[in-house]
Design a protein around this ligand. Structure first.
Ligand code: NAD
Length: 519
């Protein structure tokens, strides 16, 4: 029996001893910068002549690591290795599989600040964001270990039938390919690997090009705990080449993807095409983008609403699928809320996050992101009124910093109010009343997260029914979902309606087998 699941506590950085411990971890991981990392296929390390660098977005000249440039042939080897390993791994009892997760969780907990410090350097995460990411990774490991044991043998759910002994088992699917994004570079890979392996599948895992260092460390936890060779294969390289081959491969049984709408849709189409020699229809678990909104009415606690808007819009520089990049405010209180939002935004502290926990706005992830975000800011000056920010922040090291930016009086159908910008850009939209605000909130092709600030019960109930998002929050910010507490995943173009960190998530990695034995 496992003890009940509880969420991992966040670190309190107001305590000097915690700050000192984190600083020490930062120093320690800095000593690891610039190493070269191989592919790992069937337990064998494979180096390639060609490599690519993962860089610190605060100081792009600083390579945090060099990674092997995998090829389509490496994908084929990795899938073959995972397919071979599946034959024995699928028969390993679920309790034993769960123990690999628990062991990885325990080790990550012991080295918590090390994992977080890596993300400060590789992804530009402020300390509290990195700490939350690592805590979520630990949560996924602990939570899925328990859920797998709970669902594996569901025979007790069956009705009685005379003279038959009934079994109902959730068995694994086969080889899963795991394709995560860079923005929760510890939690999402840890969750995807954990869910794939604990249900008895084997994995070919390719991290995002921007965050392979932390991903390698996650895999090491599993390899070091004695996971059989071939169960978890690690590839690095360009997503559009090796990711595409992973999706296309006829021995791939399912795809676990989190990333942009554009790539998700492509994967959905490619996975649907049955390849020569393929014996199944591939399952696609796709979690994609958002254009999430915070609705504020005239009865709301306006101070709490403004704080919730700013926290939700600018946490990790707005680079969260759940980021509240739109605030829809009823006319009567619009000016007051807008003013407070701008005040709070201007207090945010932009800088390289390894400087300390007071930096709450790090860099955006890379040069492409800078171009894309500045393009939207330029567009925003035509579509709305620039209230604050709007410029890059120059640093001697050429870091990818952008001022947190707020546009006011943005029409609901403007491009900056419809398209996912994935950066520190917030649009404020004026609505005549709550009804209209809710209609505007629903009027995008996404449906991931949303928040409502109101003190009216009838409006909360209306939103409960009509606000069409996978994760809806009342009188709080729209980010910060916790494993086992707020199962996470969106509707419409935000994905395939899966709920990571929820009680039915692992079923997506299984197929149910019904067995009846005549007695
Ligand atoms: P992305 O779509 O650019 O990349 C995601 C992954 O897909 C990467 O590993 C990449 O290498 C790979 N890839 C790229 N082209 C591919 C192809 N043709 N075939 C197969 N794989 C390919 O996304 P990103 O920039 O890494 O992440 C940001 C996006 O992720 C945002 O849209 C964000 O909203 C979304 N996201 C969603 C959730 C969620 O739970 N819904 C969570 C986090 C991030």
């Amino acid at each position: 029996m496992l003890p009940p699941y509880v969420n991992e506590a966040l670190t309190d950085f107001s305590k000097p001893e915690n700050r000192a411990a984190f600083d020490e971890s930062l120093h320690r991981v800095k000593a690891e910068l610039g190493k070269t990392y191989p592919l790992v296929i069937n337990g064998e390390v494979i180096s390639t002549k060609e490599t690519f660098a993962s860089v610190n977005p605060s100081r792009p000249a600083e390579a945090v690591g060099h990674f092997a440039q995998g090829t389509r042939e490496h994908v084929d080897q990795a899938v073959a290795s995972a397919a071979r390993a599946f034959e024995s791994w699928r028969k390993v009892p679920v309790g034993e599989r769960a123990r690999y997760l628990l062991k990885a969780a325990a080790e990550m907990r012991r080295r918590k600040h090390e994992f977080s410090a890596v993300m400060v350097l590789e992804a530009g995460k402020p300390w509290n964001e990195a700490d939350a990411d690592t805590s979520e990774a630990i949560d996924f490991l602990e939570y899925y270990a328990r859920q797998a044991v709970r669902i594996a043998d569901s025979s007790a759910q069956m009705a009685e039938f005379p003279d038959e002994q009934l079994g109902f088992y959730y068995i694994p699917l086969g080889v899963g390919v795991i394709i995560p994004p860079w923005n929760f570079p510890n939690a999402i890979p840890a969750g995807m690997v954990a869910s794939t392996l604990v249900t008895g599948n084997t994995a070919v895992f390719k991290p995002a090009e921007q965050s392979p260092w932390i991903a390698y460390k996650v895999c090491e936890l599993f390899w070091n705990s004695g996971l059989p060779d071939g169960v978890l294969n690690f590839l690095t390289g360009p997503g559009d080449i090796i990711g595409a081959r992973m999706v296309e491969h006829p021995q791939t049984r399912f795809i676990s993807f989190t990333g942009s709408r554009e790539v998700g849709v492509k994967i959905y189409e490619n996975a649907a095409k049955v390849q020569p020699g393929q014996k199944w229809l591939k399952r696609s678990i796709l979690e994609m983008g958002g254009k999430d909104a915070v609705v504020v009415d005239e009865t709301a606690n306006l101070a709490a609403a403004a704080q919730g808007i700013v926290d939700g819009a600018f946490g990790f520089q707005g680079q969260k699928c759940s980021a509240g990049s739109r605030a829809i405010i009823v006319d009567e209180v619009y000016d007051r809320v807008a003013e407070r939002v701008v005040e709070l935004t201007q207090k945010l502290n932009v800088g390289a996050p390894d400087a300390g926990p007071n930096v709450n706005q790090g860099p955006v992830i890379d040069k492409d992101a800078v171009h894309k975000i500045l393009g939207y800011i330029e567009l925003g000056t035509q579509e709305g009124k620039l209230l604050c920010g709007g410029s890059p922040v120059e640093t001697p090291e050429g870091g990818y910093f952008i001022q947190p930016t707020v546009f006011g009086d943005v029409p609901p159908d403007a491009r900056i109010a419809q398209e996912e910008i994935f950066g520190p850009v917030l649009t404020l939209i004026r609505a005549k009343d709550f009804e209209q605000a809710l209609a505007i909130a629903n009027n995008t092709e996404y449906g991931l997260t949303g928040a409502v600030f109101t003190s009216r019960r009838d409006r909360l109930e209306q939103a409960r029914q009509d606000y069409h998002v996978g994760n809806l929050y009342f009188n709080r910010k729209c980010t910060g979902a916790m494993v086992g507490v707020h199962p996470f995943g969106g509707f419409n173009m935000s994905g395939t309606d899966s709920k990571a960190g929820g009680p039915d998530y692992l079923l997506l990695f299984t197929q149910a087998k019904s067995v009846a034995e005549r007695l």
